[in-house]
Ligand binder design. Sequence first.
Ligand code: A3P
Length: 324
Amino acid sequence: NPNETEKQEESYNNHLLATLPKDKGWRSETVFQYKGFWLSSQVVKGLLLIHNHFNPQPTDIFLSAFMKCGTTWLKALMFATANRHRYKFSNHPLLRTGPHSAFPFLDTHIFLDHPITNFDHLPVPRLFATHFAHDLLPTSITSTCKFVYVCRDPKDALISKWHFMSKIRSKELAPLSFNEAYELFCNGVSEYGPFWDHVLGYWKASQESPDKILFLKYEEMKREPAVELKKLAAFMGMAFTAEEEDQGVVEEIVKLCSFENLSNLEVNKDGGGGQKFTEKVVVENQEFFRKGMVGDWKNYLTEEMKERIDFITADKLKNSGLTL
Ligand code: A3P
């Protein structure tokens, strides 16, 4: 009986939430610490639904990232790459729809069509996005599916996240000051964080199984988008042929998915449309595009603030072989 299952799940959720450590949320009032990571009550629910109901297929490919590290860009690139034989670049769905309609964001999409969404209609390979840390996901997913992970300088992720969360923060709540957000971020308290544990989880998994996890950096993608896109396509099992390269397909996709192109489309401007995450959370497409540059933190952080984050980063990543 689906209603019965739903009721049981709801009561389990409420019971579980009551037992978890709490702290201040950036969008909603509270975040909960679940297995080492800070999550909103909505995505705790999403995670439990994923564990109980999601059936991974070996061909599924996940895009994973901490918030504001490049999901929008990678979503567009992965969708355009996977579907390059299906659409013309001059009349591409990405030109008409927000970048987030390209494929589902699993964390909340799983309960968008009550009680659970069926993903069987998606073309193979099915593409999914998530912000969940590697260790929070069921091993049925992490041991079978491929993952593309994108990370970014934590200082830029912090600035981007504070702007974004301030825009979508519940109107009933007092604004979150930048200084407060900075403190919370450094202490690891922000939705899906701590940032460093998130990155390290995927980094370690990618070192153990490089064929299963492709680890990308926003800054490297900015520097050499075509090189990174070719890596991405090969990893997805859809490498560009010599003929496609000659025809300029790589450059077409880079151009289609560039910040300049996407952020200037009507659909991604004020009033162009939005993305529904949950009943309550609808985000305008334009909020996913701000500056799209490397190093904007310089406009916000004092030398002391910069030093502190760099120190945490060096400390957390020491001996990992990863630098950010
Ligand atoms: P800024 O706020 O620093 O500008 P996410 O997509 O993970 O939510 O991250 C959003 C960040 O990526 C924002 O960073 C946004 O401007 C930037 N971004 C969005 N689309 C992009 C694209 N096509 N190319 C490069 N950066 C992009």
